[in-house]
Write a protein that binds this ligand. Structure first.
Ligand code: NAD
Ligand code: FE2
Length: 385
């Protein structure tokens, strides 16, 4: 066993309807704060579900501002503009409400306002120097697990994605309330849910920081996500199913926060960066081919995960490992998302650029159970075309 570090957020509230108690929770835990900033995106704002959060905070005498201009795969200027406007209005508490994009922006606003370090010097691992403002995260997709990770992903330049990874990005409190997720469309439910499953799979097979706690969390996450993803796509109003998805995605987040993701994410990021394909779908598109590539190195772990998703699966380790790949391919087909790169507008002539960009994701590739060369990356994309 590797010796390991494990870190997560200090407080979680996992309860249907808990967002209604936001004002009270903030008054109890952050009594010294006065002016909260809710960070969200226009899509979630349209659901009308931000209004009761604002009202709950105001009822406890907090001043509330709402920043709702987050865009998917947030570009650097969006983060900087949001932070500048928060600074000028005297914010002293940040609340991310939304998918990974909103929560990632909330994290960076909290650290940017906590000191005077500039964003450029924060990219990479462990480069945030100061502290941050109090931070609450409320996920509205069951996907990224960003509510419990120390990671924020920003689109830098025109197409490249970079991560800020520092312990200061762990929130003080995460609130999981399925009532906020019932309006998530089936396709977004499917793609974000597969993202969460990928987090569990990649954490379980991560090369350098695999540890017993992350393993346990990944297994539990896959069990919940596997049992509930199709149901969540079929009946988005089912609160029990939605809460199980939120819990599964959060557990996967805790897992990969300590046992980091690998080649699936490394090959997915260029697809999102260049072609603006949503994060979960980008992962789903390369997942089966990366699993096939990794199988010679990771078959025993894949076989263990197959037993969770397909209880009673029989055969050799290799057969069970193949069973995991089959399961994930069938799941993508069942939930109706695209399964080939060409379906999202990618052509053979794009593969060189994708492979070049993927090789820049060294933070992730270093965790892959099997070394990935540029030729391997190209071959994986070609097989996924
Ligand atoms: N920080 C991390 O640990 C981490 C991990 C993985 C991915 N990411 C990042 O997270 C981002 C992706 O996040 P995401 O997949 O959650 O998507 P997202 O935050 O971009 O949201 C996707 C869409 O869903 C809509 N939406 C969200 N919740 C809704 C709801 N309840 N009802 C109706 N519509 C809703 C949004 O308006 C948006 O249009 C990417 O930038 C990715 O790089 C971060
Ligand atoms: Fe992800």
């Amino acid at each position: 066993m590797n010796l390991f570090n494990f870190q997560t957020v200090p407080r979680l509230v996992c309860e249907i309807g808990s967002a209604q108690k936001l004002g009270k929770l903030v008054a109890e835990q952050f009594a010294a704060t006065t002016h909260a900033l809710i960070v969200t995106d226009p899509g979630f704002l349209r659901t009308g579900l931000v209004d009761p959060l604002v009202a709950g905070l105001q009822a406890e005498n907090f001043k509330v501002s709402v920043y709702s201009d987050v865009v998917a795969d947030p570009p650097e200027p969006v983060v900087l503009q949001a932070a500048a406007s928060a600074r000028s209005s005297g914010i002293d508490l940040v609340i991310g409400v939304g998918g990974g994009s909103s929560m990632d922006v909330a994290k960076l606003i909290a650290v940017l306002l906590g000191g005077d370090q500039d964003l450029k010097s924060m990219y990479g691992i462990g480069n945030v120097k100061g502290s941050r403002l109090p931070l609450i995260q409320i996920p509205t997709t069951a996907g990224t697990g960003s509510e419990v990770t120390p990671i924020s992903i920003v689109t830098t330049g025109t197409t490249t994605k970079s991560g800020v990874v520092s312990p200061q990005l762990y929130a003080d409190l995460a609130i999981l309330d399925a009532a906020l997720t019932v309006g998530l469309p089936p396709k977004v439910t499917a793609a974000t849910g597969i993202d969460a499953m990928v987090h569990a799979i990649e954490a379980y097979t991560t090369k350098l920081k695999k540890n017993p706690l992350s393993d346990m969390l990944a297994r539990q996450a896959l069990d919940l996500l596997g049992k509930n993803l199709v149901l969540a796509c079929e009946d988005g109003q089912n609160l029990g199913v939605r809460q199980a998805m939120l819990l599964g995605a959060m557990l996967a987040g805790q897992s990969f926060a300590n046992a980091p993701c690998a080649a699936v994410h490394a090959l997915a990021y260029p697809i999102g960066g260049i072609f603006h394909v949503p994060h979960g779908l980008s992962n789903a598109l390369v997942l089966p081919q990366v699993l096939r590539f990794n199988a010679p190195a990771a078959a025993p772990q894949y076989a263990e995960l197959a037993e969770i998703l397909s209880p009673g699966i029989a055969g050799s380790v290799e057969a069970k490992s193949q069973g995991l790949i089959d399961y994930m391919e069938q799941l993508a087909a069942k939930v109706g998302i695209e399964t080939q790169l060409r379906q999202v507008g990618i052509a053979t002539s794009d593969l060189d650029r994708l492979a070049d960009d993927a090789m820049l994701q060294t933070r992730l590739l270093t965790n892959n159970p099997r070394a990935v060369t540029r030729a391997d990356a190209y071959a994986i994309y070609a097989a996924a075309l």
